[in-house]
Design a protein around this ligand. Structure first.
Ligand code: PGA
Length: 250
């Protein structure tokens, strides 16, 4: 049985004040979430606040990106060691917003996967097709290319040390969610392509769905055989919504 993981991605949202209110709200009812691990990926400047406020709770936390460098003259970058210093468990890599706005290539994302593992962090490895790619029928080709970039660089066993987040770009922040059938089909395809390299890794790797997942659709999505949790943007900024998604796994 794969553990359900519900991970929030705050993106470039929040303030010290809003974080305090949000985390107080989540902590107050976290004991109602019985069947999912909950995690929050926050902007780097707030990692100390988040790590302090989540001390002695079962809620994991992490960053939203990682430098491929360990240290040195790389202005503005955050290293794996820095995330580690604050007790982070996870780091998001290859989010479509970084692929789009920062031109991150499949190869760079694979390198970030490697850097995260070397720092002892679990990569939340994002993949997914654009609307244009889905409509032209190349979704499978796109996600295969993205996953294979990691397998080619590091091998399938290292892929198995991370978490995949399938996030169709057309569903991110748009309010348009993939239907449970569309999501399940994509997840089953990803698991099958991994199984061609290793059945063991395919059986164990968590594949999260991301893209306008919310309190209203989480039940249906999490009920799908190959959906092992969610990567949640907008709905992770409200305690009740985020908790409701966690509880949908109960
Ligand atoms: P969303 O974002 O839930 O706001 O669509 C998901 C994500 O980008 O990870």
């Amino acid at each position: 049985m794969r553990q359900t993981l519900v991970a929030g991605n705050w993106k470039m949202n929040s303030s010290r004040e809003s974080i305090k209110i949000l985390l107080d709200g989540i902590k107050a009812s976290i004991s109602d979430v019985n069947n999912a691990e909950m995690a929050l990926c926050c902007p780097a400047v707030y990692i100390s606040d988040v790590s302090n406020q989540l001390e002695d709770t079962p809620i994991a936390f992490g960053g939203q990106d990682i430098s491929v460098q360990e240290s040195g003259a790389y202005t503005g970058e955050i290293s794996g060691g820095m995330w580690n210093d604050f007790g982070c468990k996870y780091v998001i890599i290859g989010h479509s917003e970084r692929r789009t706005y920062h031109n991150e290539s499949d190869e760079l994302v694979a390198e970030k996967f490697e850097t995260a593992r070397k720092a002892g962090l679990i990569p939340l490895f994002c993949i997914g097709e654009t609307l244009e790619e889905r409509e032209s029928g190349v979704m499978e080709e796109v996600v295969s290319r993205q996953v294979n970039a990691v397998i080619d660089r590091l091998g399938v066993d290292v892929l198995g040390e991370g978490v995949i987040a399938y996030e169709p770009v057309w569903a991110i922040g748009t309010g348009v969610t993939a239907s449970p059938e569309q999501a399940q089909d994509a997840h089953a395809f990803i698991r099958k392509m991994v199984s061609e390299k290793s059945q063991v890794v395919a059986d164990k790797i968590q594949i999260l769905y991301g893209g306008s997942m919310n309190a209203g659709n989480a039940n249906e999505l999490l009920a799908c055989a190959d959906i092992d949790g969610g990567l949640i943007g907008g709905a992770s900024l409200k305690a009740d919504d985020f908790l409701a998604i966690g509880k949908a796994a109960n």
